[in-house]
Write a protein that binds this ligand. Structure first.
Ligand code: C6P
Length: 411
């Protein structure tokens, strides 16, 4: 297969990622675990160093030069995220640690205020644990019920079953935009409209989609959209939650503390305006600032161009892997991000991962924090290859050769 219309120079891109140029167990590193976390370009790494060397100060409170500079840079990232998501206002962008914290925030605030006994929360079989457990905690507290959309044999949502689950009892629908374990891209725009038709709100888990798909929260009409910086080439420990302003305004705060208040007395506290109402305490300033560099880095290539390239990697790798006897790809949806989960007859995924590692190839194995999905498929886990913009066709060839060798050893 010939790759066509690649809009950027992959070798140049690779030069931007220092970590890629090392040997692991004596072999050049092939990093195929990007769905777990992506590697960081120099611009992000340098932003962190520059921040601590030249800017470090607490934000939104000091009267001095450094405090003002740090505050300005922190708020510039909020604007970059607004732009990345095409949100209407920076008041709709809350800094969080990542998707896990974002969903816990929604469940603890919007959920507690709006879900009552007998209400229903709709999830899908392919959800990550972080989009299951916060809702289970809420449902247990409130006497609400979780309903689950089943999948078809390709790992796509059964939309007619979703339609049947929706009712006036539905208060929240929370669905992954792109599955980390299957790669499936879900039709969240259509799903949000269907949720709205019964008066429910729609939450999208954008952990995987955010790095691969162009996003427009206004067009998607999600009520909440969560993503983690570390999967979009930004540092760990920083992410963003988009929420519609009217919802955020009506919601009670999440954590209490400094920054999220206007006035405090022992009798009464008034809360700060959006988005600060949801950002108690000193935040992760350095990583938030470097987050902007990551988003700018992605935007400089154009997300559609990156997606086009990654799709070719996905197609090429899928073709190559399907030639391996006994290998089955788990997740064959028509619309996929660049994730390939697979199982091989007679081989445990962990053994495959361990042996590929001896050839310098990093993949993830196991249940990928989607145990209900694995249970529904009747497997304990998969081996998973996931691509980023810096991966190459040659790396796919290296991995396929290593896989062939590995499977000979295991069978
Ligand atoms: N998936 C993976 O290897 P955090 O950890 O908060 O940044 O993201 C959680 C999360 C939520 N939803 C989806 C769809 C995800 O993929 C993840 C993280 C990683 O697949 C680590 S388990």
């Amino acid at each position: 297969m010939q790759f066509t219309d690649i809009a950027f120079d992959i070798e140049k891109v690779r030069q931007d990622f220092p970590i890629l140029h090392q040997k692991v167990h004596g072999k050049p590193l092939v990093y195929f675990d990007n769905a777990a976390t992506s590697q960081k370009p120099k611009t992000v790494i340098e932003a962190l160093t520059t921040y601590y060397e030249a800017t470090n100060a607490n934000i939104h409170r000091g009267a001095h030069y450094l405090a003002a500079k740090a505050t300005e840079e922190y708020e510039q990232t909020r604007e970059a995220i607004r732009d990345f998501l095409n949100a209407q206002s920076t008041q709709e962008i809350i800094f969080v640690r990542g998707v896990t914290e974002a969903i816990n925030l929604i469940a603890s605030t919007y959920g507690r205020a709006n879900v009552q006994a007998g209400d229903e929360i709709i999830l899908s079989t392919m959800e990550h644990h972080s989009n299951i457990v916060p809702w289970q905690l809420l449902a247990a507290e409130k006497g609400a019920h979780i309903r689950v959309i089943p999948l078809n044999e390709h790992g796509e949502l059964q939309m007619e079953e979703y339609q049947k689950l929706l009712s006036p009892r539905t208060k929240i629908v929370s669905i992954v935009h792109a599955s980390n374990a299957l790669g499936t891209i879900n039709p969240i725009k259509e799903m949000a409209a269907m949720a709205h038709a019964v008066g429910a709100i729609f939450v999208a888990d954008g952990a995987q989609a955010s790095v691969h798909l162009p996003l427009d929260v206004q067009d998607l009409d999600c009520d909440f959209y969560a993503f983690s910086g570390h999967k979009v080439y930004a540092p760990t420990g920083i992410g963003a939650l988009y929420g519609k302003k009217a919802l955020l305004e009506a919601m009670p705060p999440y954590h209490g503390g400094g920054e999220m208040i206007k006035d405090v007395s022992f009798e009464h506290t008034t809360y700060n305006e959006l988005p600060f109402k949801f950002e108690a305490g000193t935040p992760n300033i350095a990583d938030a600032i470097a987050f902007r560099n990551a988003l700018e880095y992605v935007s400089s290539f154009g997300k559609a161009n990156i997606a086009h390239y990654e799709h070719q990697l996905l197609q090429y790798a899928t073709e190559q892997m399907l030639q391996i006897e006994g290998l089955r790809i788990v997740g064959t949806a028509a619309q996929k991000v660049s994730v390939i989960s697979f199982v091989v007859d007679g081989c445990h995924p962990n053994d495959i991962g361990t042996l590929l590692d001896t050839d310098g190839i990093a993949i993830r194995t196991g249940h990928h924090c989607t145990q209900p999905l694995m249970d529904s498929l009747g497997i304990s886990g998969t081996a998973r290859i996931s691509f980023a913009m810096y991966n190459t066709k040659d790396e796919v060839d290296i991995a396929v050769r290593s896989l062939q060798k590995t499977l000979k050893m295991l069978r």
